[in-house]
Design a protein around this ligand. Sequence first.
Ligand code: SAM
Length: 285
Amino acid sequence: MPGILYLVATPIGNLEDMTYRAVRILQEADEIAAEDTRNSRKLLTHFDLHTPMTSYHEFNKYDKAEVLVRQMQEGKVIALITDAGTPGISDPGEVLVQRCYEAGIPVVPVPGACAAVNALIASGQATRRFCFEAFLPADKKERRAVLEELKRETRTMVIYEAPHRLVKTLEELEGVLGDRPLTVAKELTKRHETFLMTSLGKAVEHFREEPPKGEYVLVIAGKSEEEQKKEQQARWEDVPVEEHIRNLIEKGLTEKEAIKQVAVERGVPKREIYQIHVLKNKINE
Ligand code: SAM
């Protein structure tokens, strides 16, 4: 019988966020794979856990995943924990999970704290649709490409950032997205937890004056309908309505279909296009 990989979420600051199930799984596992064993030792001591620990981190994730998978193939139950929060979210957990699937080892999540989700739900921004961008890439070219993609994003965006790079990242985001609504979630679940509801521009000014300290999540509003509409209209600014309709008729649409399509493409009511069209025809008669 193969073993199991448990992905055990641990607190992101407040130890009371540890779940009963997480404690039990960590107690019953044969081994705990931890991102930073020294850091996790404090957690295990707090909960009086004595399960053996081994390290699994960014710099040994490929080789160590092979070792851990072999152990699970022999029947061992392994619990993966990371420095804080949910394993697999902006940490090396993903690689081990993939290897487990390849080897037919069951993977079981043990839910708990996650900075991204908690920042989002208390951000005051739209939560129905969102995307998680983790840390923006460090590589210049990749970063530019991601920022360009975000320009079109209509969902709320959740981004992680380290304090020493926060101002630069906010400046870049403002440069690309403009002065969008932003919530800065700081030190979630800790004594100095704060939610700063602001905008990208104001946040840049704020953090230039008051250098960031602690852990941060950025929750940025997606492109609004109004912004989308303005952009759509700007795209057609230089093309007269009549020319737009004529182009579509030449492509095979009927007059009625063309009017409807022009309205859709320009993001204006069909009635408006119809009136311009009728007026133009009257002038030409
Ligand atoms: N696996 C973690 C999770 O589930 O959220 C994320 C790990 S990632 C390496 C660390 C980043 O998460 C930090 O740089 C910060 O952006 C965010 N983060 C973690 N804990 C946080 C907290 N208590 N408050 C705000 N942000 C936090």
